[in-house]
Design a protein around this ligand. Structure first.
Ligand code: NAI
Ligand code: PHE
Length: 363
């Protein structure tokens, strides 16, 4: 994909692109909206076929962060950064990774706080600790370094609240006895899988990492081949790997009653939400279901909330989803459409346009 393609069709405020010949890495920062506050969103570091694909991912993910912040009622806008690595992170030398983070930090510092980053796929709290040495605009540092630590626990809690609300809307009653298929047993998925087991669900799992599958199998899970995830019968599909799992074509045949997970940008194309709705599959929009991480990071590090306040706000995801489901039923639209409309009305009703400028945070 040419880099012009995603950039020229994007409705965001700013994109920054840099290539660093020293490391071979490409850097993309996408600021979608600062209407509700400074843009925030994680740093995704992985390989992409071309800088165009990296730009497409950054812009799409940044737009989703705007929706996530608006629906979660957080005073932040939406942004994302993508580092296109020359080789997978596991194969990078530690020194090269540090050089990459140095370039990223200098890029962020030049944006003067219009964009704040945090952990995402391929980055973690230790990376945020390192970035904070050279930029003021990173949260999600380790607790030892004065940050709020991993957001995965809050994300998992919110995803589980979303699963319960969706199961209820689908008329399945409780999770006990339901087949719950978790795709991706990482920081979020492994936690959600445990919660599903505790709730009496029959657990199915899929991960490209066989060790993670083995660990879940030892806990009583049935392992599903990663290529079979969207063809495996279950009541609840919980995507917790990377995005793009469900296209309109896949939505036509996917054998489940509920889709609710953590993966950002789960739907590959615009038509997939409509197909899911037409088939009566309850879809919890990703940017609503996975907002627990943003609530944790922004709540703890920007708004000064306690862990209890973060938990209360995270559990409120189920109430937000009930409102979205009701609106969707009343208006005869997909849950995705109803969630986007809710975000749009939050953005339109905001009286703090451009509030992000000059924001300093509290750490
Ligand atoms: P992670 O990197 O810890 O885990 C991802 C897991 O997915 C790994 O176990 C990996 O082996 C597996 N995986 C990758 N590709 C796969 C495939 N094709 N099939 C099956 N498994 C595959 O990531 P984490 O933190 O658990 O996040 C999961 C998803 O949730 C990501 O899309 C992330 O953007 C999203 N998310 C995470 C938040 C957080 O607080 N960690 C917050 C909001 C969204
Ligand atoms: N990357 C996570 C998400 O997509 C957590 C995060 C939220 C990181 C907000 C930075 C800012 O929600």
């Amino acid at each position: 994909m040419e880099i012009e393609t995603p950039l020229s069709s994007w409705d965001g405020e700013l994109t920054c692109v840099r290539y660093d010949s020293g490391t071979g890495a490409w850097f993309l920062v996408a600021v979608h909206s600062t209407r509700l506050g400074p843009a925030a969103g994680g740093t995704r570091a992985m390989t992409y076929p071309s800088p165009g694909e990296a730009a497409a991912d950054a812009t799409r993910l940044a737009g989703a962060m705007t929706l996530k912040m608006a629906v979660a009622g957080l005073p932040m806008g939406g942004g994302k950064s993508v580092i296109r690595l020359p080789v997978p992170r596991a194969k990078l030398r530690a020194e090269t990774w540090r050089q990459i983070l140095d370039v990223h930090a200098s890029n962020l510092q030049r944006l003067h706080g219009d964009y704040w980053t945090g952990p995402d796929v391929g980055t973690n709290s230790a990376d945020m600790d390192y970035l904070r040495k050279a930029t003021d605009y990173a949260f999600g540092r380790s607790v030892a370094a004065g940050g709020s630590g991993s957001s995965a626990g809050a994300t998992a809690l919110g995803v589980f609240a979303a699963i319960r609300a969706s199961v209820d809307d689908a008329g399945l009653g409780t999770l006990a006895g339901c087949r719950v298929l978790v795709q991706g047993l990482g920081a979020v998925g492994a936690r959600v899988a445990e919660m599903a087991l505790e709730a009496g669900a029959e657990l199915l799992v899929a991960d490209i990492d066989p060790k993670r599958c083995d660990a879940a199998q030892a806990r009583g899970a049935r392992v599903v081949n990663v290529a079979e995830v969207t063809r495996t019968s279950c009541e609840v599909l919980v995507p917790c790997a990377t995005g793009g799992l469900i296209s309109a074509k896949i939505a036509e045949t996917i054998p489940c009653s509920v889709v609710a997970g953590a993966a950002n940008n789960l739907l590959r194309d615009a038509g997939s939400a409509d197909v899911l709705a037409e088939r009566g599959i309850v879809y919890a929009p990703d940017f609503v279901a996975n907002a627990g991480g943003a609530i944790h990071l922004v709540g703890r590090e920007v708004l000064g909330w306690t862990a209890e306040q973060v938990t209360v706000r995270t559990l409120r995801i189920s109430q937000t989803l009930k409102t979205i489901f009701e609106n969707a039923h009343k208006q005869g639209v997909s849950n995705e459409r109803a969630a986007c409309d809710l975000a749009a009305s939050e953005l339109a009703n905001s009286t703090v346009a451009g509030a992000g400028r000059g924001f300093e945070g509290n750490n």
